[in-house]
Design a protein around this ligand. Structure first.
Ligand code: KIV
Ligand code: ZN
Length: 514
Protein backbone atom coordinates (compact mmCIF):
# COMPACT_ATOMS: atom_id res chain seq x y z
CA UNK A 1 0.00 0.00 0.00
CA UNK A 2 1.47 3.34 -1.00
CA UNK A 3 1.69 6.31 1.38
CA UNK A 4 -0.79 9.13 1.00
CA UNK A 5 0.64 12.58 0.31
CA UNK A 6 -1.69 15.30 1.55
CA UNK A 7 -2.42 18.11 -0.90
CA UNK A 8 -2.45 21.52 0.77
CA UNK A 9 -3.69 24.03 -1.77
CA UNK A 10 -2.60 27.64 -1.26
CA UNK A 11 -3.94 29.11 -4.53
CA UNK A 12 -6.24 31.33 -2.49
CA UNK A 13 -3.46 32.58 -0.18
CA UNK A 14 0.07 32.44 -1.66
CA UNK A 15 -1.35 32.33 -5.21
CA UNK A 16 -3.71 35.19 -4.65
CA UNK A 17 -0.90 37.43 -3.37
CA UNK A 18 0.19 37.97 -7.01
CA UNK A 19 -0.51 41.56 -8.11
CA UNK A 20 -3.54 41.68 -10.38
CA UNK A 21 -4.78 38.21 -9.36
CA UNK A 22 -7.04 39.24 -6.50
CA UNK A 23 -10.43 37.57 -6.32
CA UNK A 24 -13.56 38.68 -4.51
CA UNK A 25 -15.22 36.49 -1.86
CA UNK A 26 -17.77 35.12 -4.28
CA UNK A 27 -15.03 34.00 -6.70
CA UNK A 28 -12.96 32.51 -3.88
CA UNK A 29 -15.90 30.42 -2.71
CA UNK A 30 -16.36 29.19 -6.28
CA UNK A 31 -12.66 28.22 -6.44
CA UNK A 32 -12.81 26.50 -3.05
CA UNK A 33 -15.82 24.40 -4.08
CA UNK A 34 -13.94 23.27 -7.18
CA UNK A 35 -10.84 22.47 -5.14
CA UNK A 36 -13.03 20.27 -2.98
CA UNK A 37 -14.29 18.43 -6.08
CA UNK A 38 -10.70 18.14 -7.29
CA UNK A 39 -9.87 16.25 -4.10
CA UNK A 40 -7.51 18.56 -2.23
CA UNK A 41 -7.12 17.79 1.48
CA UNK A 42 -6.45 21.25 2.88
CA UNK A 43 -7.44 24.65 1.48
CA UNK A 44 -5.45 27.62 2.72
CA UNK A 45 -8.27 30.13 2.40
CA UNK A 46 -6.49 33.36 3.33
CA UNK A 47 -4.57 35.51 5.80
CA UNK A 48 -7.52 36.85 7.83
CA UNK A 49 -5.75 39.70 9.69
CA UNK A 50 -4.46 41.14 6.42
CA UNK A 51 -7.80 42.59 5.25
CA UNK A 52 -11.55 42.46 5.94
CA UNK A 53 -11.90 40.85 2.49
CA UNK A 54 -9.57 37.99 3.43
CA UNK A 55 -11.39 37.54 6.75
CA UNK A 56 -14.78 37.36 5.03
CA UNK A 57 -13.47 34.90 2.44
CA UNK A 58 -12.22 32.48 5.12
CA UNK A 59 -15.64 32.70 6.83
CA UNK A 60 -17.59 32.07 3.61
CA UNK A 61 -15.29 29.28 2.41
CA UNK A 62 -15.60 27.61 5.83
CA UNK A 63 -19.37 27.62 5.41
CA UNK A 64 -19.33 26.42 1.80
CA UNK A 65 -16.83 23.58 1.95
CA UNK A 66 -17.34 20.25 3.72
CA UNK A 67 -14.49 17.79 3.34
CA UNK A 68 -11.17 19.70 3.12
CA UNK A 69 -9.61 21.22 6.21
CA UNK A 70 -9.82 25.02 6.03
CA UNK A 71 -6.60 26.75 6.97
CA UNK A 72 -5.96 30.37 7.93
CA UNK A 73 -2.49 31.96 7.93
CA UNK A 74 -1.08 34.09 10.74
CA UNK A 75 2.20 35.57 11.88
CA UNK A 76 3.47 34.49 15.30
CA UNK A 77 1.35 37.28 16.79
CA UNK A 78 -1.55 36.77 19.23
CA UNK A 79 -3.88 39.24 17.51
CA UNK A 80 -3.36 37.45 14.15
CA UNK A 81 -4.20 34.13 15.79
CA UNK A 82 -7.34 35.54 17.50
CA UNK A 83 -8.60 36.86 14.17
CA UNK A 84 -7.76 33.61 12.34
CA UNK A 85 -9.61 31.57 14.97
CA UNK A 86 -12.64 33.84 14.66
CA UNK A 87 -12.64 33.49 10.85
CA UNK A 88 -12.59 29.70 11.16
CA UNK A 89 -15.59 29.44 13.44
CA UNK A 90 -17.81 27.84 10.74
CA UNK A 91 -15.13 25.44 9.49
CA UNK A 92 -16.05 21.79 9.93
CA UNK A 93 -12.31 21.20 10.42
CA UNK A 94 -10.16 24.30 10.89
CA UNK A 95 -6.39 24.71 10.97
CA UNK A 96 -4.27 27.66 12.10
CA UNK A 97 -1.03 28.09 10.18
CA UNK A 98 1.35 30.17 12.23
CA UNK A 99 5.09 30.68 12.05
CA UNK A 100 8.18 32.85 12.07
CA UNK A 101 11.49 33.20 10.21
CA UNK A 102 14.15 30.52 10.72
CA UNK A 103 17.10 31.74 8.67
CA UNK A 104 19.85 34.02 9.89
CA UNK A 105 18.62 36.66 7.42
CA UNK A 106 15.19 36.67 9.06
CA UNK A 107 16.35 36.32 12.67
CA UNK A 108 19.00 39.06 12.51
CA UNK A 109 17.74 41.44 9.85
CA UNK A 110 13.96 41.05 9.79
CA UNK A 111 13.29 40.50 13.50
CA UNK A 112 16.54 41.98 14.86
CA UNK A 113 16.41 39.17 17.37
CA UNK A 114 18.34 36.10 18.52
CA UNK A 115 17.82 32.39 17.79
CA UNK A 116 16.67 31.69 21.38
CA UNK A 117 14.11 34.50 21.38
CA UNK A 118 12.76 33.37 18.01
CA UNK A 119 12.28 29.84 19.35
CA UNK A 120 10.44 31.27 22.38
CA UNK A 121 8.10 33.17 20.05
CA UNK A 122 7.57 30.07 17.92
CA UNK A 123 6.60 28.03 21.00
CA UNK A 124 4.34 30.77 22.34
CA UNK A 125 2.51 31.20 19.01
CA UNK A 126 1.98 27.45 18.66
CA UNK A 127 0.63 27.13 22.21
CA UNK A 128 -1.61 30.16 21.69
CA UNK A 129 -3.06 28.72 18.45
CA UNK A 130 -3.55 25.40 20.20
CA UNK A 131 -6.00 27.09 22.61
CA UNK A 132 -8.34 27.49 19.63
CA UNK A 133 -7.79 24.44 17.43
CA UNK A 134 -6.25 21.01 17.70
CA UNK A 135 -4.86 21.21 14.15
CA UNK A 136 -1.91 23.67 14.21
CA UNK A 137 0.62 23.96 11.42
CA UNK A 138 3.88 25.79 12.06
CA UNK A 139 5.95 27.35 9.24
CA UNK A 140 9.66 28.01 9.66
CA UNK A 141 9.92 30.82 7.11
CA UNK A 142 13.01 30.78 4.87
CA UNK A 143 13.84 27.29 6.11
CA UNK A 144 15.48 26.74 2.71
CA UNK A 145 18.37 28.98 3.78
CA UNK A 146 18.24 28.14 7.51
CA UNK A 147 20.92 26.22 9.34
CA UNK A 148 19.68 22.61 9.64
CA UNK A 149 20.75 22.23 13.28
CA UNK A 150 18.84 25.35 14.31
CA UNK A 151 15.88 24.31 12.17
CA UNK A 152 15.78 20.90 13.89
CA UNK A 153 15.74 22.65 17.30
CA UNK A 154 12.87 24.87 16.21
CA UNK A 155 10.88 21.99 14.73
CA UNK A 156 11.33 19.87 17.87
CA UNK A 157 10.21 22.77 20.08
CA UNK A 158 7.04 23.54 18.11
CA UNK A 159 6.04 19.87 17.89
CA UNK A 160 6.46 19.69 21.67
CA UNK A 161 4.25 22.80 21.93
CA UNK A 162 1.52 21.04 19.91
CA UNK A 163 2.18 21.59 16.20
CA UNK A 164 0.69 18.71 14.21
CA UNK A 165 2.23 19.74 10.87
CA UNK A 166 5.61 21.42 10.37
CA UNK A 167 6.06 23.39 7.17
CA UNK A 168 9.60 23.77 5.81
CA UNK A 169 9.31 26.57 3.23
CA UNK A 170 11.97 27.30 0.66
CA UNK A 171 10.64 30.85 0.72
CA UNK A 172 13.15 32.28 -1.74
CA UNK A 173 13.30 29.28 -4.09
CA UNK A 174 17.03 28.91 -3.42
CA UNK A 175 17.46 25.19 -2.71
CA UNK A 176 18.67 22.52 -5.08
CA UNK A 177 16.62 19.29 -5.03
CA UNK A 178 19.40 17.40 -3.20
CA UNK A 179 19.78 20.16 -0.62
CA UNK A 180 16.06 20.34 0.06
CA UNK A 181 15.69 16.56 0.22
CA UNK A 182 18.68 16.38 2.57
CA UNK A 183 17.07 19.04 4.81
CA UNK A 184 13.91 16.95 5.17
CA UNK A 185 15.96 13.80 5.84
CA UNK A 186 17.99 15.68 8.46
CA UNK A 187 14.78 16.60 10.28
CA UNK A 188 13.46 13.03 10.03
CA UNK A 189 16.69 11.71 11.51
CA UNK A 190 17.48 14.36 14.11
CA UNK A 191 14.19 15.58 15.56
CA UNK A 192 13.22 13.20 18.39
CA UNK A 193 9.47 13.80 18.21
CA UNK A 194 9.23 14.13 14.40
CA UNK A 195 6.84 11.15 14.20
CA UNK A 196 4.23 13.21 16.05
CA UNK A 197 3.88 15.63 13.12
CA UNK A 198 3.60 15.64 9.35
CA UNK A 199 6.39 17.38 7.47
CA UNK A 200 5.18 19.72 4.74
CA UNK A 201 7.05 21.03 1.67
CA UNK A 202 6.39 24.59 0.56
CA UNK A 203 8.65 25.50 -2.35
CA UNK A 204 8.93 28.59 -4.51
CA UNK A 205 10.00 28.49 -8.12
CA UNK A 206 12.58 31.31 -8.40
CA UNK A 207 15.13 28.99 -10.01
CA UNK A 208 12.56 26.72 -11.65
CA UNK A 209 13.07 23.96 -9.07
CA UNK A 210 9.90 24.12 -6.96
CA UNK A 211 8.45 20.85 -8.25
CA UNK A 212 11.77 18.99 -8.16
CA UNK A 213 12.41 20.21 -4.60
CA UNK A 214 8.94 19.20 -3.45
CA UNK A 215 9.35 15.70 -4.88
CA UNK A 216 12.77 15.44 -3.21
CA UNK A 217 11.06 16.41 0.05
CA UNK A 218 8.44 13.69 -0.34
CA UNK A 219 11.04 11.04 -1.17
CA UNK A 220 12.88 12.00 2.01
CA UNK A 221 9.88 11.81 4.32
CA UNK A 222 7.50 14.75 3.84
CA UNK A 223 3.84 13.75 3.56
CA UNK A 224 2.20 17.09 2.80
CA UNK A 225 2.86 19.35 -0.21
CA UNK A 226 1.84 23.01 -0.49
CA UNK A 227 0.89 23.81 -4.03
CA UNK A 228 -1.13 26.10 -6.26
CA UNK A 229 -3.11 25.57 -9.44
CA UNK A 230 -0.96 26.49 -12.48
CA UNK A 231 1.90 27.12 -10.04
CA UNK A 232 0.77 30.71 -9.54
CA UNK A 233 2.30 32.57 -6.62
CA UNK A 234 4.64 35.37 -5.65
CA UNK A 235 7.43 36.14 -8.16
CA UNK A 236 8.07 32.96 -10.18
CA UNK A 237 5.31 31.15 -8.31
CA UNK A 238 4.83 28.10 -6.11
CA UNK A 239 4.98 24.39 -6.79
CA UNK A 240 2.16 23.53 -9.14
CA UNK A 241 -0.53 21.14 -7.97
CA UNK A 242 -0.98 19.50 -11.35
CA UNK A 243 2.72 18.69 -11.69
CA UNK A 244 2.94 17.00 -8.29
CA UNK A 245 -0.33 15.11 -8.74
CA UNK A 246 0.69 13.81 -12.17
CA UNK A 247 4.26 12.95 -11.14
CA UNK A 248 2.92 10.80 -8.32
CA UNK A 249 0.24 9.28 -10.55
CA UNK A 250 2.59 8.58 -13.48
CA UNK A 251 5.56 7.26 -11.51
CA UNK A 252 4.26 3.92 -10.39
CA UNK A 253 7.81 3.29 -9.12
CA UNK A 254 7.24 5.84 -6.34
CA UNK A 255 5.25 4.43 -3.39
CA UNK A 256 3.01 7.51 -2.94
CA UNK A 257 -0.44 8.60 -4.00
CA UNK A 258 -2.72 11.61 -3.64
CA UNK A 259 -6.53 11.82 -3.66
CA UNK A 260 -6.54 14.26 -6.58
CA UNK A 261 -9.11 13.42 -9.26
CA UNK A 262 -6.79 14.08 -12.12
CA UNK A 263 -9.51 14.43 -14.80
CA UNK A 264 -10.60 17.63 -13.07
CA UNK A 265 -7.17 19.27 -13.34
CA UNK A 266 -7.64 21.00 -16.68
CA UNK A 267 -10.97 22.49 -15.68
CA UNK A 268 -9.43 23.97 -12.52
CA UNK A 269 -6.49 25.31 -14.48
CA UNK A 270 -8.79 27.10 -16.95
CA UNK A 271 -10.95 28.44 -14.14
CA UNK A 272 -7.98 29.91 -12.25
CA UNK A 273 -6.36 31.36 -15.33
CA UNK A 274 -9.63 33.01 -16.36
CA UNK A 275 -10.63 34.29 -12.93
CA UNK A 276 -7.16 35.56 -12.06
CA UNK A 277 -6.47 36.86 -15.55
CA UNK A 278 -3.20 34.93 -15.59
CA UNK A 279 -2.65 33.15 -18.92
CA UNK A 280 -0.98 29.76 -18.73
CA UNK A 281 2.17 29.61 -20.85
CA UNK A 282 1.59 27.40 -23.92
CA UNK A 283 4.39 24.98 -22.98
CA UNK A 284 3.47 24.69 -19.28
CA UNK A 285 3.69 21.06 -18.14
CA UNK A 286 0.33 19.24 -17.90
CA UNK A 287 -2.01 22.19 -18.58
CA UNK A 288 -0.30 24.32 -21.27
CA UNK A 289 -2.04 24.55 -24.63
CA UNK A 290 0.82 22.64 -26.25
CA UNK A 291 1.32 20.11 -23.44
CA UNK A 292 -0.20 17.34 -25.57
CA UNK A 293 0.34 18.83 -29.04
CA UNK A 294 2.68 16.88 -31.28
CA UNK A 295 4.02 18.71 -34.31
CA UNK A 296 7.08 16.83 -35.58
CA UNK A 297 6.43 14.13 -38.15
CA UNK A 298 8.27 11.40 -36.27
CA UNK A 299 6.37 12.08 -33.06
CA UNK A 300 3.01 12.36 -34.79
CA UNK A 301 3.52 9.08 -36.57
CA UNK A 302 4.59 7.45 -33.31
CA UNK A 303 1.61 8.78 -31.35
CA UNK A 304 -0.85 7.71 -34.00
CA UNK A 305 0.59 4.18 -33.95
CA UNK A 306 0.54 3.97 -30.18
CA UNK A 307 0.05 6.94 -27.89
CA UNK A 308 2.57 5.61 -25.36
CA UNK A 309 5.35 5.89 -27.94
CA UNK A 310 5.57 9.60 -27.16
CA UNK A 311 3.13 10.27 -24.31
CA UNK A 312 3.61 9.29 -20.67
CA UNK A 313 0.02 10.20 -19.84
CA UNK A 314 -3.12 10.65 -21.88
CA UNK A 315 -4.64 14.12 -22.25
CA UNK A 316 -7.91 12.66 -20.96
CA UNK A 317 -6.15 11.72 -17.70
CA UNK A 318 -6.00 15.42 -16.83
CA UNK A 319 -9.27 16.38 -18.48
CA UNK A 320 -7.80 17.79 -21.71
CA UNK A 321 -10.40 16.83 -24.35
CA UNK A 322 -8.04 15.39 -26.97
CA UNK A 323 -4.45 15.52 -28.05
CA UNK A 324 -3.70 17.93 -30.83
CA UNK A 325 -1.88 16.58 -33.82
CA UNK A 326 -0.89 19.92 -35.28
CA UNK A 327 -0.23 20.17 -38.99
CA UNK A 328 2.93 22.06 -39.84
CA UNK A 329 5.67 21.67 -42.46
CA UNK A 330 7.26 19.10 -40.16
CA UNK A 331 4.24 16.80 -40.07
CA UNK A 332 4.36 13.45 -41.79
CA UNK A 333 1.85 11.48 -43.87
CA UNK A 334 0.40 9.74 -40.81
CA UNK A 335 -0.69 13.07 -39.33
CA UNK A 336 -2.19 14.23 -42.62
CA UNK A 337 -4.10 10.95 -42.98
CA UNK A 338 -5.39 11.29 -39.41
CA UNK A 339 -6.83 14.74 -40.16
CA UNK A 340 -8.24 13.84 -43.57
CA UNK A 341 -10.05 10.86 -42.05
CA UNK A 342 -11.30 13.07 -39.25
CA UNK A 343 -12.84 15.31 -41.92
CA UNK A 344 -14.53 12.31 -43.52
CA UNK A 345 -12.15 11.51 -46.42
CA UNK A 346 -11.20 7.96 -47.22
CA UNK A 347 -7.67 8.16 -48.55
CA UNK A 348 -5.90 5.50 -50.57
CA UNK A 349 -2.10 5.32 -50.46
CA UNK A 350 -1.79 7.09 -53.85
CA UNK A 351 -4.32 9.80 -52.93
CA UNK A 352 -2.51 10.38 -49.67
CA UNK A 353 0.84 10.74 -51.43
CA UNK A 354 -0.63 13.24 -53.87
CA UNK A 355 -2.30 15.20 -51.08
CA UNK A 356 0.89 15.11 -49.04
CA UNK A 357 2.93 16.76 -51.81
CA UNK A 358 0.34 19.53 -52.06
CA UNK A 359 0.28 19.77 -48.30
CA UNK A 360 4.06 20.25 -48.07
CA UNK A 361 3.94 23.09 -50.60
CA UNK A 362 1.16 24.76 -48.66
CA UNK A 363 2.84 24.21 -45.30
CA UNK A 364 5.95 25.93 -46.60
CA UNK A 365 3.92 29.08 -47.20
CA UNK A 366 1.58 28.88 -44.22
CA UNK A 367 2.54 28.29 -40.58
CA UNK A 368 -0.56 26.44 -39.36
CA UNK A 369 -2.72 24.35 -41.65
CA UNK A 370 -6.39 24.43 -40.75
CA UNK A 371 -9.40 22.37 -41.86
CA UNK A 372 -10.26 24.86 -44.60
CA UNK A 373 -6.81 24.37 -46.12
CA UNK A 374 -7.32 20.62 -46.12
CA UNK A 375 -10.67 20.97 -47.84
CA UNK A 376 -9.02 23.15 -50.47
CA UNK A 377 -6.27 20.59 -50.86
CA UNK A 378 -8.76 17.78 -51.42
CA UNK A 379 -11.48 19.62 -53.36
CA UNK A 380 -9.36 22.20 -55.17
CA UNK A 381 -11.40 25.00 -53.59
CA UNK A 382 -12.09 26.59 -50.23
CA UNK A 383 -15.29 25.23 -48.70
CA UNK A 384 -17.91 27.84 -48.12
CA UNK A 385 -17.44 29.27 -44.68
CA UNK A 386 -20.53 28.70 -42.56
CA UNK A 387 -20.24 32.15 -41.01
CA UNK A 388 -18.58 35.20 -42.52
CA UNK A 389 -17.99 38.37 -40.49
CA UNK A 390 -19.52 41.33 -42.34
CA UNK A 391 -19.80 44.06 -39.77
CA UNK A 392 -18.81 44.63 -36.15
CA UNK A 393 -19.54 47.75 -34.15
CA UNK A 394 -19.06 48.26 -30.45
CA UNK A 395 -19.88 51.07 -28.06
CA UNK A 396 -18.14 50.94 -24.73
CA UNK A 397 -16.55 53.08 -22.05
CA UNK A 398 -17.19 54.16 -18.53
CA UNK A 399 -19.90 54.35 -17.13
CA UNK A 400 -21.89 53.12 -20.16
CA UNK A 401 -22.57 49.44 -20.66
CA UNK A 402 -20.81 47.82 -23.61
CA UNK A 403 -23.07 47.13 -26.59
CA UNK A 404 -22.07 45.34 -29.78
CA UNK A 405 -23.78 44.85 -33.11
CA UNK A 406 -22.50 42.05 -35.31
CA UNK A 407 -23.55 41.07 -38.81
CA UNK A 408 -22.69 37.60 -40.12
CA UNK A 409 -23.07 36.37 -43.66
CA UNK A 410 -24.68 32.92 -43.68
CA UNK A 411 -25.41 31.08 -46.92
CA UNK A 412 -25.59 34.29 -48.96
CA UNK A 413 -27.80 36.20 -46.51
CA UNK A 414 -26.88 38.64 -43.76
CA UNK A 415 -28.01 38.33 -40.16
CA UNK A 416 -27.57 41.08 -37.61
CA UNK A 417 -27.90 41.00 -33.82
CA UNK A 418 -26.98 43.29 -30.93
CA UNK A 419 -26.13 42.38 -27.35
CA UNK A 420 -24.81 43.98 -24.19
CA UNK A 421 -21.94 42.57 -22.17
CA UNK A 422 -19.51 43.26 -19.36
CA UNK A 423 -17.07 44.57 -21.98
CA UNK A 424 -16.93 45.00 -25.77
CA UNK A 425 -15.52 41.52 -26.44
CA UNK A 426 -18.15 39.83 -24.28
CA UNK A 427 -20.91 41.89 -25.95
CA UNK A 428 -19.66 41.00 -29.46
CA UNK A 429 -19.47 37.27 -28.68
CA UNK A 430 -22.95 37.33 -27.20
CA UNK A 431 -24.29 39.00 -30.34
CA UNK A 432 -22.70 36.19 -32.40
CA UNK A 433 -24.26 33.57 -30.10
CA UNK A 434 -27.64 35.15 -30.71
CA UNK A 435 -27.22 34.86 -34.47
CA UNK A 436 -26.14 31.25 -34.25
CA UNK A 437 -28.82 30.41 -31.72
CA UNK A 438 -26.99 27.44 -30.26
CA UNK A 439 -25.12 26.90 -27.03
CA UNK A 440 -21.41 27.45 -27.58
CA UNK A 441 -19.39 27.20 -24.38
CA UNK A 442 -16.38 29.50 -24.28
CA UNK A 443 -13.43 27.62 -22.78
CA UNK A 444 -10.54 30.02 -23.05
CA UNK A 445 -10.07 33.48 -24.53
CA UNK A 446 -6.45 34.49 -24.39
CA UNK A 447 -5.35 37.90 -25.64
CA UNK A 448 -1.61 38.33 -26.12
CA UNK A 449 0.37 41.15 -27.63
CA UNK A 450 2.72 40.12 -30.40
CA UNK A 451 5.70 42.25 -29.43
CA UNK A 452 4.56 44.96 -27.00
CA UNK A 453 3.82 48.66 -27.52
CA UNK A 454 0.55 50.46 -28.19
CA UNK A 455 0.71 49.97 -31.98
CA UNK A 456 1.08 46.25 -31.52
CA UNK A 457 -1.28 43.63 -32.90
CA UNK A 458 -3.35 41.53 -30.52
CA UNK A 459 -3.25 37.78 -31.04
CA UNK A 460 -6.27 35.99 -29.66
CA UNK A 461 -6.63 32.30 -29.01
CA UNK A 462 -10.10 31.00 -28.33
CA UNK A 463 -11.30 27.55 -27.41
CA UNK A 464 -14.98 26.65 -27.50
CA UNK A 465 -16.82 23.52 -26.47
CA UNK A 466 -19.73 22.10 -28.42
CA UNK A 467 -21.25 18.64 -28.05
CA UNK A 468 -18.36 17.65 -25.72
CA UNK A 469 -15.72 18.52 -28.37
CA UNK A 470 -13.21 21.36 -28.21
CA UNK A 471 -12.52 23.65 -31.17
CA UNK A 472 -9.75 26.23 -31.33
CA UNK A 473 -9.63 29.49 -33.26
CA UNK A 474 -7.09 32.24 -33.77
CA UNK A 475 -7.46 35.90 -34.66
CA UNK A 476 -4.98 38.69 -35.22
CA UNK A 477 -5.79 42.38 -35.46
CA UNK A 478 -4.70 45.80 -34.22
CA UNK A 479 -8.13 45.98 -32.60
CA UNK A 480 -8.52 43.37 -29.86
CA UNK A 481 -12.31 43.24 -30.27
CA UNK A 482 -11.86 42.34 -33.95
CA UNK A 483 -9.10 39.87 -33.11
CA UNK A 484 -11.42 38.21 -30.58
CA UNK A 485 -14.38 38.12 -32.98
CA UNK A 486 -12.13 36.66 -35.73
CA UNK A 487 -10.85 33.99 -33.35
CA UNK A 488 -14.34 33.10 -32.13
CA UNK A 489 -15.80 32.85 -35.64
CA UNK A 490 -12.71 30.90 -36.74
CA UNK A 491 -13.41 28.36 -33.98
CA UNK A 492 -17.14 28.03 -34.59
CA UNK A 493 -16.62 27.67 -38.35
CA UNK A 494 -14.88 24.40 -37.46
CA UNK A 495 -18.00 22.97 -35.83
CA UNK A 496 -19.46 20.83 -38.57
CA UNK A 497 -23.07 21.37 -39.58
CA UNK A 498 -23.78 24.25 -37.21
CA UNK A 499 -25.36 26.31 -39.96
CA UNK A 500 -27.38 23.39 -41.30
CA UNK A 501 -28.81 22.80 -37.84
CA UNK A 502 -29.52 26.50 -37.49
CA UNK A 503 -31.37 26.53 -40.80
CA UNK A 504 -33.42 23.47 -39.80
CA UNK A 505 -34.45 25.17 -36.55
CA UNK A 506 -35.52 28.32 -38.43
CA UNK A 507 -37.50 26.28 -40.96
CA UNK A 508 -39.24 24.35 -38.19
CA UNK A 509 -40.15 27.60 -36.41
CA UNK A 510 -41.51 29.08 -39.67
CA UNK A 511 -43.65 25.98 -40.29
CA UNK A 512 -45.12 26.21 -36.82
CA UNK A 513 -46.01 29.87 -37.25
CA UNK A 514 -47.86 29.31 -40.57
O1 KIV B 1 6.90 31.13 1.32
C1 KIV B 1 6.67 31.13 2.54
O2 KIV B 1 7.56 31.07 3.39
C2 KIV B 1 5.27 31.25 2.94
C3 KIV B 1 4.95 31.06 4.41
C4 KIV B 1 4.14 32.20 4.92
C5 KIV B 1 4.31 29.75 4.63
O3 KIV B 1 4.40 31.43 2.13
ZN1 ZN C 1 5.15 30.90 0.10
Amino acid sequence: MSDKVFIFDTTLRDGEQVPGCQLDTHEKVEVAKNLELLGVDIIEAGFPISSPGDFKSVVEISKAVNYPVICALTRAVEKDIDVAAESLKYAKRGRIHTGIGASEYHIKHKFKSTPDKIIERAIAATKYAKKYVEDVEFYAEDAGRADNVFLARMVEAVIKAGATTVNIPDTTGYCLPDMYGEKIRFLKENVKNIDQAIISCHCHNDLGMATANTIAGVINGARQVEVTINGIGERAGNTSLEEIAMILQTHKDLPYHTDIKSQKIYYNSLMISKMMRMPVQANKAIVGRNAFAHSSGIHQDGVLKNRENYEIMAPQDVGVPDNAIILTARSGKAALKFHLERLGYEVSTERLLEAYNGFLELADRKKDICDDDLFELMEGKQPEKQFEIQHVQVVCGNPIQAVATVELGIGGKSYRESATGNGPVNAALRAIDRIIGEKIELGELLIQSMDGGSRDKGKVHVSVKHDEKMYHGFGLDHDIVMASVNAYVNAINKIKGLNIRRQRRINAALKMSV
